[in-house]
Design a protein around this ligand. Structure first.
Ligand SMILES: C[S@@+](CC[C@H](N)C(=O)[O-])C[C@H]1O[C@@H](n2cnc3c(N)ncnc32)[C@H](O)[C@@H]1O
Length: 416
């Protein structure tokens, strides 16, 4: 067979998949290492790789029907890329097949080029019907995650099938960009794939990117105008910006200097101010203590799978217990920085109960904290996200007709 040409986009998509599957790297880190290729190719490669990562189980089920034995892993990556383009991304059949064959040649897999060609031609003609017949949400979700989400599992996994929209938090008084839909909670929503930097008002600092659910925890501190607020684990600063825009005198702390630098850059673009501190929250102690603290703790991030589909492949069950142990230590530290009667909002972008309500039950028993339950009016249009204990628990299956939202857990606590 005559060698066919690959292209930079497919090559970059292959590199991203290798980084995630073979070297267990997060997609953002893998994307950073593609800086040498033009931004447009990088964005297209990201879209292909994300589609493969989001739908790996169902793409493999389609492919396996045409394979008599398991191909080497790099060949499977090329087949997944071709299949995602054919069945999910609407690429013309001849282009999707020939670029995948070209990719096989370019990666030194020439002896499998005939196989790639033959399998993808069948996918092009029969694959759509085969894909539609599968229980894709189930196939695309690892069993341990599916089981951990209980009754919400199918709604969550169904929402994971699609890309997330672009959500913006607006500065007070700023108008939503043209074409945006205003959500009941105040976020502005634009279609998936919108490039925020091209929107009118971006350079002027009218808004910042923040999922609709991520915009809720900071609001649970109530009216913070004129108050000192400590934002522990602050970078890259979505919630710091919210608190500063609401008139709080914010101290933003994070232990990662590079992420803190991004926070400063974000605040500068938005013309907002906060004191920034690079320190470990487990060791740093403020004087005087704070009446209001936001602890947006590091977590498994299973609530952000729509935006970071590699989490489906990289996270393991035992990671959750490790996150929970850190969250307990951060809650201990945060409680020690709080004045008596002060309020603490704990948040994680996780769907796992072990990182949410269980941490709060344990913190209340251990630290002289009590829950201050949310009122329905605090999260307009989302009363179903308030739990029986008065915590907030969103998941991607909520607001299905509006495009869903990230999974976030948040609880408000008072120091007795
Ligand atoms: C979920 S992210 C915070 C997102 C941020 N609040 C926002 O809204 O943009 C968690 C952050 O916690 C920081 N972090 C993790 N452990 C920490 C510690 N012991 N002390 C301070 N910061 C920590 C990480 O560097 C990371 O930036």
């Amino acid at each position: 067979m005559k060698p066919q040409t690959s292209d930079p986009t497919r090559e970059a998509a292959f590199a991203l998949l290798s980084a995630v599957f073979d070297r267990h790297a997060p997609l953002d880190t893998a994307l950073d290492s593609l800086r040498a290729i033009p931004a447009r190719d990088r964005a297209a490669a990201h879209r292909i790789a994300a589609a493969v990562l989001r739908r790996t189980g169902s793409l493999d089920a389609v492919l396996d029907a045409y394979l008599t034995k398991a191909p080497p892993i790099p060949v499977r990556h090329a087949l997944r890329i071709g299949t995602a383009q054919l069945l999910l991304l609407g690429a013309p059949a001849h282009a999707a097949v020939s670029t995948a064959v070209g990719l096989a040649h370019a990666r030194g897999l020439g002896k499998f080029a005939g196989l790639v060609n033959a399998v993808l031609r069948r996918v092009a003609t029969e694959g759509k019907a085969a894909l539609d017949a599968l229980d894709a949400p189930r196939l695309d979700t690892p069993q341990w995650l599916w089981a951990s989400w209980g009754a919400d599992g199918r709604a969550i996994a169904t929402a994971h099938q699609n890309e997330a929209p672009l959500d913006l938090s607006l500065k007070p008084g700023a108008k939503p960009p043209e074409g945006a839909v205003l959500l009941p909670t105040g976020s502005a929503r634009l279609p998936a794939g919108t490039d925020v930097t091209t929107l009118a008002g971006f350079a002027d600092g009218d808004f910042w990117v923040q999922d609709a659910a991520a915009a809720l925890p900071a609001r649970l501190l109530g009216d913070v105008a004129g108050q000192r607020v400590l934002d522990l684990c602050a970078a890259p600063g979505g919630k710091t910006a919210q608190l500063a825009a609401a008139g709080a005198i914010v101290t933003a702390l994070d232990r990662d200097p590079a992420r803190l630098e991004r926070l400063r850059g974000n605040l500068a673009r938005l013309d907002l101010t906060a004191e920034t501190i690079a320190a470990d929250a487990l060791e740093w102690r403020p004087e005087p203590k704070f009446d209001a603290i936001l602890l947006d703790a590091p977590c498994s991030a299973t609530g952000t799978i729509r935006r970071h589909p590699e989490i489906l492949h990289l996270r393991r069950k035992h990671d959750i217990a490790a996150c929970a142990a850190i969250q307990d230590r951060l809650l201990d530290a945060a409680a020690s920085m709080l004045t008596p009667g002060g309020r603490l909002v704990y948040a994680v972008c996780s769907l796992q109960n072990d990182e949410g309500a269980e941490r709060i039950d344990a913190a209340c028993a251990r630290l002289g904290l009590r829950r201050d339950p949310l009122e329905p009016g605090e999260v307009p249009g989302l009363t179903e996200a308030i739990t029986a204990s008065g915590d907030l628990a969103t998941h991607p299956g909520l607001w299905p007709d509006r495009g869903g939202m990230d999974g976030f857990f948040a609880a408000r606590l008072i120091r007795s």
